[in-house]
Design a protein around this ligand. Structure first.
Ligand SMILES: *Cc1c(COP(=O)(O)O)cnc(C)c1O
Length: 423
């Protein structure tokens, strides 16, 4: 098919994320990607300002990750994980548990972030069942949260967010107030009282609490005070409720720590990882349980965790993950993230004065401008081509989360393009 035929077929037959089939939004035809750049069929090179939805930590097509994928594909592409194991799955888990908190080291692989959230939710419910509390089969989450697009995950997302059309279909969970204090604000103990009160009221029915640590992404684009996590950890432990950290967006260095939970020094009962796990090269995620959760599930009938995806621990994806996690040891990603943070702060802060800007937020390699009037999708597409920077504003937010390897002149191009979106 030539270019026009490809795009015509796409418009007619392909669903894109959050898109209409009858009035499809503009799409760019990608033909190659390398480092921080995505090349289009017409030769235009775009700087990937959002790491292809927050996952491309080391940049596109990193030679180490590509080599690992090639090598594994030459050995075997897939083998079922029931009755088999393999080196890529084992080595990836070994790399991963070097960084998870002590005692959180039982790795359950899943195909995508949303599925990892489903697995963590099922683990929490099965844990309570095993603990003789079958009535604890609801979950709790923060207002303003985002945990994915499958049914169980949607039921944990902000109830006033983008999934309202499915309201009647979803499990009714308990929603705790959105953290009010920002990351740098002075902590005020009274902030946690409404959360504690809700947990008390629902203690007999809640299996676990899901949070995105420090940074609420998809539905809020906002950093909050790490002390909420510390207090939530204590409150959950006191009530026998599990705490689940969804590190799918924040994990692997994105906000300046390997995992965002480190900002509060807490140990979760279960962690979800995804997105950056393979350096963004290929889909893979995991729910990582603590020993006490894994053992409790295994000790009581049915005596096993009841989940098993067909492509669980896909060897090619695991091999990509091993290469990606080893890359974190090969270059000083902390220095790179810190430098991006400094530059994002310096270059985005001045927009605070702009009449269309209501807030500016930066932490780690994440920069957010909150707008009064966001640009239209058509205007965004024009600006992407004009500036050569790939950004995808949504809701009132224009945000950047560039690959850690983005050089200063390209970070400047990204912040410049963000500024153009205010017009
Ligand atoms: C992206 C995301 C998910 C869902 O991951 P998918 O791979 O898109 O299914 C879940 N939780 C958080 C915090 C995310 O950012």
């Amino acid at each position: 098919m030539n270019r026009e035929e490809l795009l015509a077929f796409d418009r007619k037959h392909l669903w894109h994320p959050y898109a209409s089939i009858s009035a499809p939004p503009p799409v760019n035809l990608a033909v190659a990607a390398k480092g921080t750049h995505i090349r289009l069929d017409d030769g235009l090179e775009l700087i990937d300002g959002i790491s292809s939805w927050w996952c491309m930590a080391h940049g596109h097509n990193h030679p180490d990750i590509v080599a690992a994928i090639r090598e594994q594909a030459g050995k075997f592409a897939q083998v079922m994980f029931a009755g088999f194991t393999h080196e890529p799955a084992i080595e990836l888990a070994a790399e991963l548990v070097k960084h998870t908190p002590a005692g959180v080291d039982k790795v359950f692989y899943a195909d995508s972030g949303s599925v990892a959230v489903e697995c963590a939710a099922k683990m929490a419910v099965q844990y309570q069942f095993a603990a003789g509390k079958p009535g604890r089969c609801r979950l709790a989450a923060l207002r303003g949260g985002y945990h994915g697009d499958t049914a169980g995950a949607m039921a944990l997302c902000d109830p006033d967010g983008m999934h309202q059309v499915f309201h009647g279909y979803l499990q009714r969970n308990v929603f705790l107030p959105q953290p009010r204090l920002g990351f740098d604000d002075a902590w005020d103990e009274s902030e946690f009282a409404p959360m504690a009160e809700l947990l008390d009221r629902h203690a007999d029915e809640i299996a676990g609490v899901f949070i995105e640590p420090v940074f609420q992404g998809g539905n809020a684009m906002r950093f909050y005070h790490p002390m909420y996590m510390k207090r939530l950890r204590e409150a959950c432990s006191e009530r026998g409720i599990l705490l689940i950290l969804d590190e799918i967006a924040t994990g692997f260095g994105r906000i300046g720590r390997y995992f965002a939970g480190e900002y509060a020094g807490i140990v979760p009962d279960i962690m979800c990882v995804g997105k950056g796990l393979t350096g963004g090269a290929i889909t893979l995620a995991a729910a990582v349980a603590s020993t006490h959760v894994a053992e409790a599930i295994s000790a009581t009938s049915p005596g096993k965790f009841m989940h098993g995806p067909t492509f669980m621990a896909n060897p090619i994806a695991c091999a990509a993950g091993v290469a990606s996690l080893r890359l974190f040891e090969k270059y000083d990603w902390r220095a790179k993230v810190a430098a991006i943070e400094t530059q994002l702060k310096r270059e985005l802060e001045p927009y605070r004065e702009h009449p269309n800007v209501t807030d500016v937020r930066v932490l780690g390699a994440i920069g957010v401008l909150e707008l009064r009037t966001p640009p239209s999708p058509v205007r965004v597409q024009q600006l992407v081509r004009e500036t050569g920077v790939w950004l995808r504003p949504f809701g009132p937010w224009v945000y950047a989360m560039p690959p850690f390897v983005t050089p200063p002149e390209e970070v400047a191009a990204v912040t410049g393009a963000m500024g153009r979106m205010l017009e």
